[in-house]
Design a protein around this ligand. Structure first.
Ligand SMILES: Nc1ncnc2c1ncn2[C@@H]1O[C@H](COP(=O)(O)OP(=O)(O)OP(=O)(O)O)[C@@H](O)[C@H]1O
Ligand SMILES: [Mg+2]
Length: 464
């Protein structure tokens, strides 16, 4: 974080300071007392299992200069606030405003699927032009976003933020912490449909990003998604469209996939055309790359530089189409970070495009789909069958609809489509059936923990 005195922190957060106002935070901001180092600010948040306020002495011993907390402790100066998370947001807002005055350019990304993937591409593209803050991972909520903002300092030229929403008003709130100059909307799918009620409800929430932009800003909208391009009237900012169609401002033509399911295409923008060869896996990354390109061009980068930087950008965040090959020639694709109907289809398409003898999809359930959950799992099973997947393994009780759907599409139960009760059984089954040349996709919603299954599958043959 930029250096701030305790007086400034108290003022920005609206908290009451115990201790000397002149001490300065010179380090980072953290919620984890175990991560505290000399000069840091410790934010004591009450979680489900532990209350950060119980760790003030530990934070002080580790070198924290001050704590944002509801309950002060004599161990160190404290800024006492009613709600530390809200105070963290206020602190970030204050710091963000100062940095914007000094020329920081903030870009924010939202959408149902691909926020982190796009943020990682855009972060790498912008880093080719100047100091960029865009941490790996999915820091897209009321805690992660302010922490990302506070990672920027006077040297930072570009700040790339991921914005997630679990309800109406969430993105508007994140935009009050850090109002972006450039806002990117990727897609409106069915992630968290259960909470939003309908895709239109999701579009309403995601569109809060473009409503927050000002007239000198740019909205980068995916023209291939009607609900996204439908947000254009909701912004006073300039609109840049991205997509595969001929009328998009920033588009991909001549898209091909190589045998590792990596896309190549020609990036057409601003009257120029430049080749792109992505390092990240899956055709869905073309849309993400176009959105990143639209944002980078709006930030002032030249099309040729954007194309070159996109081609050089690698995967940054774990468990998203992470492809690894075992010594015995089995390829494991770990896409177990999360799942919803759209990202499942994207992953199945990528699996179908990967070179191999047999393609095996090990799929857990998709969480938070609301009343459509059963139908969506059955549809997924039918889609997996239609994608030509040789063996479908559905893991866990909530995933049984997948095998039902596969059976309805003609897959022989117990042979081409198998339901197993848990991860351990899935692993046993796979140990028996996997042969050199097989490609195995592992994917489910995060709460099902299938990334561990992917890790176990990889460890099996490394150990052998
Ligand atoms: N444009 C896209 N369309 C469909 N699926 C995608 C797209 N981009 C990424 N995915 C898939 O969606 C999953 C999540 O990707 P990513 O982490 O980038 O999304 P996210 O929007 O950040 O998710 P979260 O809401 O959990 O933060 C991955 O499995 C990835 O393969
Ligand atoms: Mg994310």
């Amino acid at each position: 974080m930029i250096a701030l005195t305790l007086a400034e922190i108290a003022e920005l957060t609206g908290g009451e300071l115990t201790g000397s106002p002149d001490a300065t935070v010179s380090g980072k901001v953290t919620l984890d007392s175990r991560a505290v180092a000399d000069g840091d600010l410790f934010v004591a948040v009450a979680g489900e299992r532990v209350d950060g306020a119980d760790f003030l002495a530990a934070a002080a011993a580790a070198g924290a200069v001050v704590a944002l907390t509801t309950r002060p402790d004599d161990a160190l100066p404290c800024v006492v606030v009613a709600d530390p998370v809200e105070a963290l947001g206020r602190l970030a807002a204050g710091v963000h405003a100062r940095l914007v005055d000094r020329g920081l350019l903030t870009l924010a990304i939202t959408g149902s699927s691909g926020k982190t993937s796009t943020k990682d591409l855009l972060g790498q593209v912008l880093a080719s032009a100047g100091p960029t803050v865009s941490p790996p991972g999915s820091y897209n909520n009321d805690i992660g976003l302010p922490l990302t903002v506070l990672g920027a300092d006077e040297q930072t030229r570009f700040l790339v933020l991921e914005m997630g929403a679990r309800g109406q008003g969430h993105i508007a709130r994140l935009c009050r912490v850090a109002r972006p100059r450039i806002g990117v909307v990727l897609n409106v799918g069915s992630a968290h449909l259960g909470e939003f009620g309908s895709p239109d409800g999701i579009a309403q929430a995601k569109g809060e990003l473009v409503e927050a932009l000002s007239e000198d800003g740019t909205a980068v909208l995916n023209a291939d998604d009607p609900r996204v391009i439908g947000m254009a009237p909701r912004t006073v900012a300039r609109v840049v469209t991205t997509g595969r169609g001929t009328d998009a401002d920033v588009r991909a033509v001549d898209v091909t996939l190589d045998e590792t399911a990596r896309a190549r295409f020609t990036l057409v923008a601003g009257g120029e055309a430049h080749p792109v060869a992505l390092q990240v896996v899956g055709e869905h990354q073309v849309a993400n790359a176009l959105s990143a390109a639209g944002a980078a061009l709006a930030a002032g980068l030249a099309p040729a530089d954007v194309a070159a930087a996109l081609s050089a950008a690698g995967p940054r965040s774990r468990w998203r189409m992470e492809v690894a090959r075992r010594d015995d020639g089995v390829t494991v694709v770990n896409d177990a970070y999360n799942a919803n109907p759209e990202s499942m289809r994207a992953a199945l398409a990528a699996l179908a495009g990967l070179a191999g003898t047999r393609r095996i999809a090990v799929l857990g359930a998709m969480a938070e789909l609301g009343p459509d959950a059963t139908a969506e799992h059955e549809r997924l099973g039918r889609d997996a069958a239609a994608a030509g997947i040789d063996l479908i393994v559905a893991v866990g009780p909530d995933a049984v609809g997948i095998t039902d759907g596969a059976a309805a599409a003609g897959r022989r139960a117990g042979e081409e489509s198998v339901h197993v009760p848990d991860r351990a059984t899935a692993r046993e089954l796979l140990s028996e059936v996997l042969r050199p040349g097989d490609v195995v996709l592992v994917k489910a919603s995060r709460s099902y923990g299938l990334e561990q299954l992917a890790a176990d599958l990889l460890a099996e043959k490394d150990a052998a």
